[in-house]
Design a protein. Structure first.
Length: 265
């Protein structure tokens, strides 16, 4: 879609992508399996600038999270905080997009695209020229979000790569001047995963041992079944409890936990 602008060569890296879609997050549909070579990409050209989108704590990293891929990083902020664009470029998409909520995608002159999700407000539209440090929106918690934060992604050929391979968010600087893109650059690490996939099984299980459950034996019918014995033992325990001289009473106080008091009759 070439509606916003008609000047040839205005769109960054148009000769490389041959596409300018203002509605789709990934209109390129690039197959990573066909990426058999290495491409050195200059992160910052001499005439371009760089700014950290938001100064905040890293809440969640790039990789598998809860059995689902987390294709960016989450930076903590408060609703209404200003979010800046990282590099010079042109806004390709600015709209509400599914779980991202209010989302802005900017294509840069180095060939990368950056994504800014869960914004409360958007100040830019597709085709806008934007410089590094310019405010593109306000932080929020729109879309599929559990709290105010900025979901930040870096993409190449429409596929996400780890932003921390490009930007040092703690040091407020670039990690490298030139990043070599290979097939492995698109792999999602497992360092943030709380789940593992067990071979031969089709279900995910949590790593923590206390969440593991034992296999239950099939229930047998009749007086000699385990369920019958369990019910009988349970009723016997209740009878013995009534015969006991000790009585146990539980009192629920407001704004406090249950308190158990024992006394002898």
């Amino acid at each position: 879609m070439l509606e916003p602008l008609s000047l040839p060569g205005f769109y960054p890296e148009f000769d490389f992508y041959y596409n300018w879609d203002t509605n789709a997050l990934d209109p390129y549909r690039f197959n990573v399996k066909n990426f058999h070579h290495e491409v050195p990409v200059t992160i910052l050209h001499t005439e371009c600038n760089y700014v950290v989108p938001i100064v905040g704590r890293l809440n969640s990293g790039f990789g598998w999270r809860g059995g689902t891929p987390h294709q960016g990083i989450d930076l903590q902020l408060s609703t209404g905080d200003s979010v800046a664009v990282a590099f010079d470029g042109v806004v390709r998409m600015s709209r509400w997009y599914s779980g991202y909520g209010n989302c802005v995608i900017v294509r840069h002159y180095n060939g990368f695209e950056t994504l800014y999700g869960h914004l409360s407000q958007r100040f830019v539209k597709p085709g806008d020229l934007i410089n590094a440090g310019q405010i593109l929106g306000l932080g929020g918690s729109t879309g599929r979000s559990t709290g105010p934060h900025l979901h930040f992604e870096t993409r190449f050929l429409g596929r996400p790569i780890n932003p921390m391979n490009i930007i040092d968010f703690k040091g407020d600087s670039l990690v490298t001047g030139t990043l070599v893109i290979s097939k492995n650059s698109f792999n999602l690490p497992n360092s943030y995963s709380k789940f593992k996939f067990k071979k031969g099984k089709k279900k995910w299980r949590k790593v923590n041992k206390r969440y593991k459950t034992k296999k239950r034996k099939p229930i047998k019918k009749g007086r000699h079944s385990s369920s019958y014995k369990h019910k009988k033992a349970k009723s016997k325990a209740k009878t013995n409890k009534k015969k006991s001289l000790k009585r146990r009473h539980t009192f629920a106080f407001p704004n406090s936990k249950h308190c158990t008091v024992e006394f002898t009759v």
